[in-house]
Design a protein around this ligand. Sequence first.
Ligand SMILES: [Zn+2]
Length: 265
Amino acid sequence: MVEVVFLNINQTNQEYQKSQYLQTISLKEISTRINEHNQKANTRIDLMHYYFNSSLDFTMDEKLHLEPIINKALKLFENHFPGVTKILLVENKLRLAKVQGSLDWNFPYTLNMTIVLPQNMLKDDITSTILHEMIHLHQKKQPHFYEEIYRNSFGFEKINPEKIIITTNYENYLITNPDALKREWVIQLYDGLYLPALIYINNSHINCLFRLRESSNPGYYLAQEPPINAKSRKDYIEIIHNCKQQVDHPNEIIACIITSNISKK
Ligand SMILES: [Zn+2]
């Protein structure tokens, strides 16, 4: 059995402070984040306070429920990937944090080497969710291993995200994915180069593709058209091995594919 560290409120807040996540959320995006009291953040300081106030301590029942699930997920991952366990542990322990959840639409995610879980899923059998998040931890430790797959198996190319200029209004709807902080992977489809991204519009998340065109300024790319729904592009879905879950970034695509392959066995 691997020991699990259940972070307390202060330790969780330290993870938020150490991580790039809250700094990466753009100023336009801040007001899409709503806390448990239905308040919108207006400034980054508000946002940070909301996050700090959303951290929670685990109950004893939750710890007893989660510990075997973590070990089951680790064992499944280890069978698929011998040696991965020790890569995921910090001081020989796996780290979990608990949050209220509404600031991130109750999605689980990782912060540094900690898996963050919204309180509303802690009573469920979340083995495959934990496995998916463990893959994000692994991506942080062995990025080159995954980048090879993105290039060679999917055909993604890495470009400097600061050289992508989105000029449509849809820039305002972009959402920062804590497990894929940089939008730096683009893919060539038959009719052009595309940037996968996540947007939040009309109260829902959409995995989309922004078409990029080379700018007259060398090395820069412009997205000047409204994005398209990524799942409507059959050629994209085929290139990414028919992944039909989260397709907004290769970190998500591979996490979904590995999780479903392991769960099928
Ligand atoms: Zn994910």
